[in-house]
Structures are given as structure tokens and as C-alpha cells.
Design a protein around this ligand. Structure first.
Ligand SMILES: Cc1cc2nc3c(=O)[nH]c(=O)nc-3n(C[C@H](O)[C@H](O)[C@H](O)COP(=O)(O)OP(=O)(O)OC[C@H]3O[C@@H](n4cnc5c(N)ncnc54)[C@H](O)[C@@H]3O)c2cc1C
Length: 521
């Protein structure tokens, strides 16, 4: 049998991980990426000559990458230097109200006790136990498994797992569930923010998303030199294993032959033959026909209203003063419900946004440290309508003013220099990630069904697979990586069974048959 070739459309994390897993198995992998560099949302910007992480900054679930690199015969430690953070995040509401969460749960409980009283400290411990329970209930049958509906999930959990599944309270909202644990509304706001890790509103997301709290308690790491080093490492290892990378090449069409994928056509007209294709672009690009009319039916078109959050970000190098920044910092706006109503109901930037600040030169994150100028990524949530309207310079200025005046009220002075700042709006994200409107996390996790509505890795088109944060199990670096792994495993299993049916067909002298594919992968 000749070597099988797989083309991967997109060098985001899901695409890179699928490339690596397939290259390990001796597949001839060609990754075609429209950008000049890998990483997708995991991007690094050069701001005044300084490299700044402008995408993901919170690195969790390191075991996912330990397993991926271990499978490739190497280790994460050989390629990137990770340091565990003692302070998970520093939170502020004004100049006086501050709260740190620590890697050590008991220390967080003490801090919460001092901040909001002993009842909320006890509530936090109960909440953490519940988050752990949800995570361990879902890890094997949902996060690590191919997509399945609620019944498949129940079947995978088995009879003994059913009580735990029920305890998850899938029909409660995250905000509702937080009300059972915390009296202080600021704590409900803090833990409700975990819904935004999936690009969603805590008022509409299921309580299941409290599992993010457990994921953070299991460890948050800083990658020396920035998150982008991880994307580079994946490219390096996959290249060593024989994968080819074609940067600066957009795929215009995924080609099919008798209903099965047969390769891709690039925007420059070049064709690359393939036995299978993995699309790492957002699934909306497939559904909206941006990769060809033939494969548009591979996944259902999600309504525009189901899009997750976009963002406005400021990647900057600036002198700071006052507030003792940790590596991860959150400055809360006054009215959380109004913030999500503005974005999801009215398609507007919030009047009083919550601001996330990653201070990339702060390491372990304890105590103040004076730096003449430091690298910051500041982010506020925004509606994903960048395909229909661009923010005007006046709107960007107003948003900037609101963002940085909150920081000032909380005691942080940032001396912004326009030449050392790169602003990214939803319209820019929409151009980087076509068909999304700038939505950064696929469809929003609103309602109990949402987690089951993300497409799986297998599609209705034989030989076409999906990988990335818009597919099962969901967004975030480790989740996108898990989807890349599931895509590679499903593809390999299908190729092996295709090979078997070919062999049988050729021996029997009958025509070739391909195994049945469905949309449950
Ligand atoms: C500002 C920001 C902050 C975030 N913070 C965190 C965080 O702290 N922690 C965390 O875990 N996650 C975070 N995330 C989410 C995380 O970055 C993503 O979920 C994850 O990186 C998505 O990976 P992906 O596999 O879906 O690929 P993507 O990153 O979506 O990449 C897809 C790739 O496909 C390419 N492509 C698209 N169409 C074509 C085509 N036609 N031809 C060729 N190439 C194409 C694109 O150029 C892109 O490179 C953040 C995201 C953003 C934007």
C-alpha cells in the first residue's frame, strides 16, 4: 500500500496536534495554513519590536500535552519550560476590594474567608468539591471521548456513573448554581467568569462549566518565553516526524471524488491530493461554504445568534504603577448581568466591561514588582459581529477609555503609548477566522444541550474530519488539542478499515467499498 496522505487545513492547536499524532503513525501529513505562522488564535504579535502573547495566556491541563508529546517519543519538558503559578489570578473590584486565588485550595479558602466571611469560605470548599466531582464524571465519557448525545454519555458513564451525572445538575445555570455556594455577589461574579472561558454568559451556561474551576485548581502554568513557544514546538516535532507545513497558503476548496474527499485546492490554484482531509478552521467556515459548496453539507449551519464571545484586546508594552499585578489579573465591572446583556442581547460593547490583564513579565505572581516597562495583554469581551460592522475609531477610543479607567479606579496606572499598542477588534478576529464574525470559541455554551451541539470530528462526508475549538469537546487550548487527537484517532481507524475493505474487495474482484461514516465522532 502506498503511504496515505492527509491534508490538514489550518495550523491552530487542533490542526497541529492532529498533524503530530498522524505523523507519528507514518502518515504523509501536509498542513496548509493561510497565515505566515502557526498557532491560529495562539498568536504572538510584535509590538514595538517586543514579542507579546496576544491569544491564550492561561495554560492548564498540561497532562494533555504531556500525553501528546510522550506519544511522539519526546516530552513537554524537552521543548518548553513550564513554571506552576502559586497565584492563579488576582481579582479586583475597586482600589480596596482585592482577592487572590491560589493553587493551594486551603489558602484560597482562607483568602475568601477574610474577604467575604466564613460562610463563603465553606461555600468555596463545597463548590470546589462539586467542581471536582463534575470534572471527574465527565473526563472519560465526554472530554476524552468522541462526541455523543446525552444517551451516549449516560451509556458511557454506566449504571454506577448515573448518580454522578445527575449530581451535575445539567439544567441549572452556572449563576444559579453559584448562588447555592456564595452569598457575596462578587464571588458569584468571580466564579461565573469561568463561563467566558467557553465564550459564554454565566447567566445562560449550564452549571457544568464550574468544572473550569477544578481545571485551574489542578494547575496553571506559565510557559517561559510565552504560550507561542508551544505552537512552535508542535511544528518542530511534527516536522521532524516528516510533516510538511505550507504557510501563507489558503485552502479555497476541499475536493471530493464520488462523494469522498480527494484533496484540496489552494487559493493559488494548486491541488494537493489526499486520502483524507482534517479541517481545523472554524466549523462555520465549512457550513457557510467557504471551503467549497460540496462539503458545506458536512456540518449543520449554526444560527448566528449562537455565536460565542469575541473580544477587544490591547497587546502593549507600557510602564505600570500602583496595583501589584500578578501574572493573571481580573478587574470586574459593576454590573455583570448588564455586561452580558449588552453583548448577547444587544450586540453592543458593554458600558462597564470586566477587564482581564495578563502581565507576561510577572512570573510566580506573588507580591509587587517594579518594571520600567512591561508586556501586557488586556482583554474585554465583545459581541461577535465583526463580519457585519467594524468598530469606528471613536468607538474604539470609548472602549479604551472605559477599560483603562476601570484599571485606574482599581489602583493600576498604565502609561499607554500608541506606538507600543496593538488593538485587535472583533472585525480583525473575523478576518483571521473566517465565517465566525470574530467569535473565538465556536458556538456559545448556552443551555444544557449546547455541549452536545458542537459537531464531532467525523462528518457526513467520508474522509472529511474536523478538529479545533469549535468542535467537540469545546474551546480552549487543551480542549482543541483533545479534538485534534480524537480526529487523528478516528481518521486512522477509518483509513485502516478502508484498507481492509479494499483488500477484501480486490481479492473478491468486486468494486471498492468505503466504511460508513457518520457525524457522531
Ligand atoms: C484572545 C484569546 C485569549 C484566549 N485565552 C485562552 C486561555 O487563556 N487559555 C486557553 O486555553 N484558551 C484560550 N483561548 C482559546 C484558545 O486559544 C482556542 O480555543 C484555541 O487556540 C483554538 O484552536 P483551534 O484548534 O480551534 O485553531 P484556531 O486557533 O482557530 O486556528 C485555526 C487556523 O486555521 C487557519 N485557517 C482558517 N481557514 C483556513 C483556510 N481556508 N486555509 C488555510 N488555513 C485556514 C487559520 O488561519 C488558523 O490558523 C483564547 C483565545 C483568544 C483569541
Amino acid at each position: 500500500m502506498p503511504t496515505q496522505r492527509v491534508v490538514i487545513v489550518g495550523a491552530g492547536i487542533g490542526g497541529l496536534v492532529a498533524a503530530l499524532d498522524l505523523a507519528v503513525q507514518g502518515i504523509d501529513v501536509v498542513v496548509v495554513e493561510k497565515a505566515e505562522r502557526p498557532g491560529g488564535k495562539m498568536r504572538e504579535l510584535s509590538v514595538g519590536g517586543t514579542p507579546i502573547d496576544a491569544g491564550p495566556t492561561v495554560f492548564t491541563m498540561r497532562w494533555v500535552f504531556d500525553e501528546i508529546l510522550g506519544n511522539a517519543g519526546t516530552s513537554l519538558a524537552e521543548h518548553v519550560t513550564l513554571r506552576p503559578l502559586e497565584v492563579l489570578a488576582r481579582h479586583a473590584w475597586d482600589a480596596d476590594a482585592r482577592l487572590d486565588l491560589f493553587a493551594d485550595i486551603a489558602r484560597s479558602a482562607d483568602a475568601i474567608g477574610d474577604f467575604a466571611g466564613p460562610a463563603d469560605a465553606r461555600g468555596f470548599l463545597a463548590f470546589s468539591a462539586r467542581a471536582r466531582d463534575i470534572y471527574s464524571t465527565l473526563e472519560q465519557p465526554f472530554l476524552r471521548a468522541p462526541r455523543g448525545g446525552p444517551l451516549t454519555l449516560a451509556r458511557r458513564a454506566g449504571l454506577s456513573g448515573l448518580p454522578a451525572l445527575w449530581r451535575i445538575a445539567p439544567f441549572a445555570t452556572l449563576m444559579g448554581a453559584l448562588g447555592e455556594h456564595f452569598n457575596d455577589p462578587r464571588l458569584r461574579q468571580l466564579f461565573g467568569r469561568y463561563a467566558t472561558y467557553c465564550g459564554s454568559s454565566p447567566f445562560q451556561s449550564p452549571a457544568t462549566l464550574m468544572l473550569v474551576a477544578h481545571v485551574e485548581q489542578e494547575g496553571v502554568w506559565a510557559i517561559e518565553g510565552g504560550m507561542y513557544r508551544l505552537a512552535e514546538a508542535l511544528v518542530r516535532i511534527a516536522s521532524t516526524l516528516g510533516a510538511t507545513f505550507r504557510f501563507g497558503n489558503a485552502v479555497a476548496e476541499v475536493l471530493t471524488d464520488r462523494g469522498r474527499t480527494s484533496g484540496v485546492r489552494l487559493a493559488n490554484g494548486e491541488r494537493i491530493r489526499a486520502d483524507a482531509v482534517v479541517v481545523n478552521a472554524d466549523v462555520a467556515a465549512v457550513a457557510h461554504g467557504l471551503l467549497g459548496a460540496e462539503i458545506a453539507r458536512a456540518v449543520p449551519k449554526a444560527p448566528i445568534a449562537s455565536r460565542s464571545l469575541s473580544a477587544v484586546t490591547w497587546a502593549m508594552s507600557a510602564p505600570t504603577d500602583g496595583f501589584p499585578l500578578a501574572r493573571h489579573n481580573v478587574f470586574f465591572g459593576g454590573d455583570y448581568r448588564a455586561e452580558f446583556d449588552a453583548i448577547f442581547r444587544h450586540g453592543r460593547l458593554p458600558a462597564a466591561p470586566t477587564v482581564y490583564v495578563c502581565a507576561q513579565d510577572r512570573d510566580v505572581g506573588v507580591g509587587p514588582r517594579r518594571l520600567t516597562s512591561e508586556r501586557l495583554l488586556c482583554l474585554v469581551n465583545a459581541p461577535a459581529n465583526g463580519d457585519t460592522r467594524d468598530l469606528s475609531p471613536a468607538e474604539i477610543e470609548q472602549c479604551t477609555e472605559r477599560t483603562f479607567s476601570l484599571l485606574t479606579r482599581c489602583g493600576l496606572t498604565v502609561q499607554r503609548l500608541p506606538e507600543n499598542t496593538v488593538v485587535t477588534t472583533p472585525a480583525v478576529f473575523a478576518r483571521l477566522f473566517p465565517a465566525t464574525g470574530g467569535a473565538l470559541y465556536g458556538r456559545a455554551s448556552h443551555g444544557w444541550r449546547a455541549s452536545f451541539q458542537r459537531p464531532g470530528v467525523r462528518t457526513r462526508i467520508p474522509g472529511l474530519y474536523l478538529a479545533g475549538g469549535s468542535t467537540h469537546p469545546g474551546p480552549g487550548v487543551p480542549m482543541a488539542a483533545l479534538s485534534g487527537r480524537t480526529a487523528a484517532a478516528s481518521l486512522l481507524a477509518d483509513l485502516a478499515s478502508t484498507r481492509r475493505s479494499r483488500t477484501v474487495a480486490m481479492r473478491g474482484g468486486t468494486s471498492m467499498r468505503f466504511p460508513k461514516t457518520d457525524n457522531t465522532g
